[in-house]
Design a protein around this ligand. Structure first.
Ligand code: BDP
Length: 322
């Protein structure tokens, strides 16, 4: 017997397991325990445990790092699952910037018709090629402005305000067009920065405004709905490609079930969060004329298309989605 076959025999004897080794996955989520996304991600992990050999351990509350960091960790293999907003993904995967253009979607149903349809595939392919496979889209409502100084009625009310934005130059540009000063900052730092006056305001949906306590330190919420950005339940491309076809199908089903749960819980939470902040004394107003805000975004679109001519067709595909 040659040495190599002795080694091979020995290895076979000691190391072939009875069943294939289960994959151990770690998942990143920025939100607190009772948030719709958190509940839906726990459901995803539970379904994977039932229908596959994947053991997904979810880490909530952003304990594995900020969102831009987590996106990189998914891309380089440190984390296998991430529940991401497409806003902070733009600097890394430029195609995704299209959904971060202000007022690109008319409303949330329009966003889902586009993302669940053909346009969504453009984003899926671009993301998968960069290491992040989006398996299902979560609802993130619409983002509006809030601050500690005054209600925003017209664009000129934004003038001079220091506004926190997610990490993406598009948002800096958006605030600049309104005469404000944007500060990109990690989500977890916003509360303290509002409290100490480092910033005057930020922008988000009701559930995030409420769950973070931002409403306690920035009591004017002005409904502008300038951003409707989809979120995704994503798996690292490397982890995804290591799965056989049956397992991929099971993971996709679990992700879609999770998204269905998230979208249902989202609707309830939006209403509950709005009621809670109002009851606590937050002043909520509609901006006087949304079109005035929209019109000021023309240079943002022009600059974006000039820098990304190949994405003009994706913008058009969204705008022409019924
Ligand atoms: C929330 C998103 C979350 C973002 C956060 C933010 O769900 O992914 O990190 O906004 O503003 O609405 O950073």
């Amino acid at each position: 017997m040659k040495f190599s076959s002795i080694v091979a025999t020995a290895v076979v004897a000691v190391s072939i397991p009875v069943v294939a080794a289960a994959a151990e996955w770690r998942g990143w989520n920025i939100h607190v325990e009772d948030y719709p996304n958190t509940v839906a991600l726990d459901q995803f992990a539970a379904e994977l445990a039932e229908t596959t050999d994947i053991k997904l351990q979810m880490f909530h509350g952003g304990v594995l790092g900020s969102q831009p960091d987590a996106i990189e960790q998914v891309r380089n293999g440190g984390i296998q699952v991430g529940q991401f907003n497409l806003g902070p993904m733009g600097p890394i995967i430029p195609t995704t910037n299209v959904v971060s253009l202000p007022f690109i979607f008319n409303d949330v149903p329009h966003m889902f018709r586009a993302m669940d349809g053909d346009v969504g595939k453009v984003f899926e392919e671009a993301m998968a090629a960069e290491g992040v496979v989006p398996l299902a889209w979560y609802d993130s409502g619409a983002r509006s402005f809030y601050n500690s100084e005054r209600p925003i009625m017209t664009p000129s009310d934004v003038e001079g305000l220091k506004v926190r934005v997610m990490n993406n130059d598009l948002f800096v540009d958006m605030i600049a067009q309104l005469g404000g000063n944007a500060t990109p900052m990690a989500f977890g730092e916003v509360y303290q920065s509002l409290k100490t006056g480092v910033i005057d305001g930020a922008e988000n949906n009701y559930p995030s405004y409420e769950s973070t306590g931002h409403f306690e330190v920035a009591g004017f919420y002005s409904i502008s709905q300038h951003l409707i950005i989809p979120e995704c339940l994503c798996v690292a491309t490397e982890a995804w490609e290591a799965l056989d076809a049956d397992t991929q199908a099971a993971v996709r089903t679990a992700a879609q079930n999770s998204a269905n749960t998230q979208r249902e819980l989202w609707a309830e939470r939006e209403a509950a969060s709005r009621a809670k902040v109002e009851a606590s004394g937050v002043k909520i107003n509609e901006v006087e004329n949304k079109v005035a805000f929209q019109e000021l975004m023309a240079p943002v679109y022009e600059g974006f298309i000039a820098a990304n001519p190949d994405l003009a067709s994706v913008i058009e595909a969204i705008q022409t989605t019924e």
